[in-house]
Every structure is written in C-alpha cells, then in structure tokens.
Design a protein around this ligand. Structure first.
Ligand SMILES: [Zn+2]
Length: 200
C-alpha cells in the first residue's frame, strides 16, 4: 500500500437519501441555486459522471404542472437538498390553463417578485436584463450562493456551457469555444492558476 492519504479524511457525515430511477423529485434552491424557481423532475437515472463531493448528476425529465415530461435535462444537484414530494406528482394547473405555460417555465408564481437573472434558452440571454448569461448580477448571485464551493460552481457553469453549446448548434450557430469558456467560466477566481502552456 502506498502512503496513507494526507489528512483530508473528511468527517463521516450522514448519507443523504439517494434518488432512484422513477423517483419524482422537487428541486428547490436547497438542491442547487439553479432551482431558484423550483421544478419537478422524474429521474431517468443517476449519472456516473465525475463530480464534486456532495453533488450528483441526474438525468431526468422536467415535469409540467400536469405531470407531463416537457424536457430532458442533466441536472447537477446536492442530494442533501432533494425533496421527495408526498403526492406522486405535482398538483397542478390544468394544461389548458393559460398560466400552465408560465408555470412550466418556472415563472408565474403567485407572488410577484423580481425576475431572477436566469438564462433563457436556447438563446442563453438573461431573463431579466437580456445580457448574455451569466450577466453581472447572475455572477454575483452565483458567487454568493456557491460561496466556499467554487469547484461545484465551476461544474455547474461548465454544465451550463455544455447546454449552451448544444443549444447553439441546434440553432445552427457554430459556437466559439474560447469565447464561451471565457463567458461562462472566465470570471471565476479559480482561473488564478498560472497556465502551464505559457510557462516555458
Ligand atoms: Zn441579468
């Protein structure tokens, strides 16, 4: 056996419940900042992707108010923040209700509150200020929400960047990877590290 691992043995913490195929989850801010507007998803499977401690990738269907699957999504969540709602599916506005569409996109809550600075797909412009996402307020918000979890934030932004690349291709646009990387990840303080390439 090689050396003992350096003392990064983290204290054993209680294992959060793990989601399973077929589970319906209520994803709120407790699971990730991206669910500022909570959604319901049906789990297709838990992905075996490399991730940051305390986080998990889930492949799932986002559910509309009536329980229909409206979009397939790869979601980056903290298992500790997952909610298994008691009823099998969200209680719902009927699909024909004019507000159903709003509810589906996570808006149209009862209470009026300022529109969050979240991306509008597939254009990836901010819903609030229409700037390319993550706009400055979104960056501030993310930095606050992920405070002390900068690697998780990087994973989250990288996942969004990948979605943006897919969306751009589907719109017939050929994305510039460098520009996208700068936009999604370039503002992180993680990038402090010297670049290996430039060193010699
Ligand atoms: Zn904005």
């Amino acid at each position: 056996m090689p050396d003992e691992p350096p003392d990064r043995k983290s204290k054993p913490r209680p294992e959060p419940r793990k989601p399973h195929t077929g589970d319906v989850l209520h994803l709120t801010r407790a699971a990730s900042v991206q669910f500022l507007c909570p959604i319901f998803v049906r789990v297709i499977r838990v992905l075996d992707w490399p991730t940051y401690d305390g986080w998990l990738w889930i492949d799932g269907y986002e559910l509309a108010g009536n329980g229909d699957a409206v979009a397939r999504r790869s979601l980056f969540v903290m298992p500790a923040g997952l909610i298994w709602p008691d009823p099998p599916a969200p209680a719902a506005p009927s699909p024909s209700h004019p507000r159903a569409r709003e509810a589906r996109s996570g808006e149209g809550r009862m209470t009026r509150r300022p529109r969050p600075h979240q991306p509008m797909r597939p254009a990836w412009l901010c819903r609030n200020c229409a700037a390319p996402w993550p706009c400055a307020p979104a960056q501030l918000h993310l930095a606050t929400e992920f405070y002390g979890h900068s690697i998780a934030l990087a994973f989250y932004l990288a996942a969004n960047m990948q979605d943006a690349v897919d969306d751009l291709y589907s719109l017939g646009v050929r994305p510039d990877p460098r520009a996208l990387h700068a936009r999604f990840l370039g503002w992180l303080s993680l990038t402090r590290r010297p670049r290996r390439v430039d060193l010699r």
